[in-house]
Design a protein around this ligand. Sequence first.
Ligand code: GLG
Length: 824
Amino acid sequence: MTDTAVSFSKEEFKKKVVSNCKSLYRKNIDEADKQQVFQSVAYAVKDLIIDKWIATHKTYDKEDPKVVYYMSMEFLMGRALGNNMINLTKYNEIKEALEELGLDINVIEDQEPDAALGNGGLGRLAACFLDSLATLEYPAYGCGIRYKYGMFKQEIKDGYQVEVPDNWLKDGNPFEIKRSEYKYEVKFGGYVRSYRDEASGRDIFVQEDYRSVIAVPYDLPVIGYGNNTVNSLRIWDAEPVNTFNLSSFDKGDYQKAIEEENLAKNIVEVLYPNDNHYAGKELRLKQQYFFVSASVQRAVDRYKSMHNGDVRKLYEKVTFQLNDTHPTVAVAELMRILMDENGLEWDEAWDITTKTVAYTNHTIMAEALEKWPIELFSRLLPRIYQIVEEINRRFVEEIKAKYPGDQEKVRKMAVIYDGQVKMAHLAICAGYSVNGVAKLHTEILEKQELKDFYEMMPEKFNNKTNGITQRRFLLHANPLLADWITDKIGDGWITDLKQLEKLLVYVNDEKARQEFMQIKHKNKVRLAKYIKEHNGIDVNPDSIFDVQVKRLHEYKRQLLNILHIMYLYNEIKKNPDMDIVPRTFIFGAKAAAGYKIAKQTIKLINNVAEVINNDESINGKIKVVFIENYRVSNAEIIFAAADVSEQISTASKEASGTGNMKFMLNGAMTLGTMDGANVEIVQEVGADNAVIFGLSSDEVIRYENEGGYDPMEIFNNDQDIREVLMELINGKYSKEDPEMFRDIYNSLLNTQEGRRADTYFILKDFCSYADAQKKIDERYRDEKSWAKTVMINSFKAGKFSSDRTIEEYATEIWKLTKTPVKVQ
Ligand code: GLG
């Protein structure tokens, strides 16, 4: 790590804040409102970044290291101010400076809207990766879209989710810089005219009668912790080609001008709020091509400007990582640029492309697979489609050569089949690397989902188990624990999380255990206060905080959790003296706006909460809280306060999960299935330090392939389960309308539209989940052993730092070189 030489003067910083406030708002700092104070402080922090930012790019231009372009439709960055202060290693200094001005850093941080340019795990992973890349001094760009509206704000009204637009840019983003000098045109539609150029003997392809937009980048700084590296997250805005000017158009152009104006406006308007689900909307494909085309054009131009205009060794200095299949048009766009704009022949262009592009798979959920109807694809991207067709033609030839006469292979692997362009197949066929995001997930890819591809090209496949950044999810989110750790072992863990293992000696130290649990308690009090302020519910910090926060999805099985709560409530009612440790069940989840059954599940959780929380006869033994508008900023408070981490997806369905790692790091015990990265978490902490239940992924896959599971049998034979299910339709939790939860009931018991009843094995796993919950209760009673367990969870989280993940990507896939930066 390069030492950070930035000098910091408290007095100067204070002056900056005061003068920023004057020049931005014509106000003294004590007259400014909270948002104005935030802006004034943020600009002062930006000043501390800027020289490093300049120096980083000077260094990259001079030393010309290989660069990774991390292409992603989503970057779920959360708030920047606190994180930037932390990575500048000036958090405490700035906090004190602000105190001297009579300002409270917590209040100021709270004014910043989350940059919610992502849905969930996939987008947050991208954000963690950027943090690690900068901290490890690797040259990198994030490439994405500057959505005007990010993930919607969730309000709960009468128990229902209501989506409110998230106008995150309304007060301006102090950290961004518009880079108009790097704008690019992106073309849509029209047709391709081709002709033979007699002079060169080459076929020339020209897109005509198209509509286009101008992509204009905004850069956001990504600061390495304790070093001088400041990489950029480059997000693209769209502007019309001609600024709208009525008088200068004749009739035809007038129409076109309006269309282009609308195209520009629509393209970056909003993030699609689907997690793990493909909606197949034309605008979505426009968004994909828009940011990919601009990013690839810029990357190629930058490379050429540094290599005498010669693109032929592009792969030596440039690599594109595709975050899921969303940016996969990059394959064809790079081919187009190499051939049509740089005059390369197919074979040469293909050789370069297949050494430049790599692909990460994030899910095996069938409904998430992107398949574009060729009609739509070819109409919107006519030249790109031609190129994809040729890629497909050659690939199918390869398949046939390898497996003569095996039409099945072609059907299963072709890029274009059944009238659809299959983006995953394109990414695998062109990528030099294909990776899964946890050991189990990669195994399932190799043995099941992508079996044929793995057989044909095993060398491309590899695993990169996900990780999270400890800078945000411990150092920023849990200052009490962070200080305690630093006190004991120094601050090396901030950039080397494995060092937490040095703390393992303390699990047998009574005083240390008490301190650790006191910190947990304080964090529970902090969350209780947040819940009181935001939900108006009193929760007991001495109860077990049992938390499930993540996107609402059937496979994540929030339904299993709430059904079990309904069951537990019945048990307590039947046996009022039942001896259980008081428990607070905490949920937080957004449902995609169009995902009916997910929204019904939110309503169910809230209705169950309403009944249970208002039943005085149970003496507060259990409470249920649904935290509104779950997002990165409140997640930080929630993880720090959790005792139990609910990771209960149907085995095989959660590719990795990353929330599981954030809970563990902050000292929670995992209650989970053997799914995704849970498997590796258990491996790290040992089977005794997690509570595992449910079907294995092999069992789930076997049932899926061979049948043999009938939820009705369980319904008929298990009285407790039947009682709970009947409560879904007898109005116990929906007096206003007993039919309210009928769809949920049906989904568990009836085959519908070709979907198996209880697709996600909720009833099958119910008993084993209820037993696991009992175990949690028992184990929590033994204070000493519980403390040991959660401490081990925290101290064994080292493997799950995104620093480890990025180090693996950088050395095994991208072949990057660390490039430290000096500030003059
Ligand atoms: C996916 C998966 C998660 C995974 C994340 C990051 O569903 O299991 O942790 O990507 O790889 N769509 C997602 O959030």
